[in-house]
Design a protein around this ligand. Sequence first.
Ligand SMILES: NC(=O)c1ccc[n+]([C@@H]2O[C@H](COP(=O)([O-])OP(=O)(O)OC[C@H]3O[C@@H](n4cnc5c(N)ncnc54)[C@H](OP(=O)(O)O)[C@@H]3O)[C@@H](O)[C@H]2O)c1
Length: 230
Amino acid sequence: MNLRDAVVLITGANRGIGFAFAEAAMKRGARKVYAAARSPSTVTLKGVVAVQLDVTLAEEVAAAAQLCSDVTLVVNNAGIAHMGSLLGSKATEYAQRHFDTNVLGMLRVMQCFAPTLAANGGGAFLNVLSAASWINSGAMNAYAVSKAAAWSLTNGLRNELRAQNTQVLGLHMGFVDTDMTKGLDIPKVSPQSIVDKALDALEAGASEVLADERARQIHRGLTAEPPVYL
Ligand SMILES: NC(=O)c1ccc[n+]([C@@H]2O[C@H](COP(=O)([O-])OP(=O)(O)OC[C@H]3O[C@@H](n4cnc5c(N)ncnc54)[C@H](OP(=O)(O)O)[C@@H]3O)[C@@H](O)[C@H]2O)c1
């Protein structure tokens, strides 16, 4: 799909990668950009329309879909990532919180906005996933479990939405320089570089984009012997 004249809604658009999506969508000629955020007062980018949206609250997702009935592209960006072992005392609680935001949040948004996209000619969902969809190697274990589920959700819904001509693009990358990775002393790429690759892939009609070298390396390793996830 083309960004020129698109009407775009981005979840978690007040900072990080979501902010970069909002900026880039405007630069590429989107007709309107809805910057959705848990606290709309934190949306500082000029020229966007701030919208109240906590993806864990079904009533807020439904209200946003009703309000933004002209949307043609939804960027499912909102996400959380907390440290913690899967054997820790809070593991179940952490897993639930990650699922509620990173998986069920995406599902709520796609269920509510699918009819909107259909009514507006098909449009697209761009789902922000991660190289953590494929490996679970570090301290953010519950996060990786949730991103693996979000990847599968994305693939399943792509099949279901084909009938209404809705493009579904899954975006994978390694570490990006945002609040989420603050304090991690590791190589990171810029949010802008990721967003540029993602929007190029969207405009080219792709279903999946590996937006940095780390994601491409891990993806290649899935069929190595031994595979990278073991
Ligand atoms: N940074 C990385 O290295 C990296 C790598 C791969 C994938 N990702 C993915 O990229 C996406 C954006 O991450 P980021 O790096 O930009 O993180 P970030 O800087 O921590 O920003 C997260 C955004 O998500 C919003 N959010 C969290 N929970 C929400 C909820 N329940 N409802 C609505 N919005 C919510 C936050 O809003 P508040 O300001 O209200 O908290 C914030 O706008 C996430 O899906 C993340 O998993 C990030």
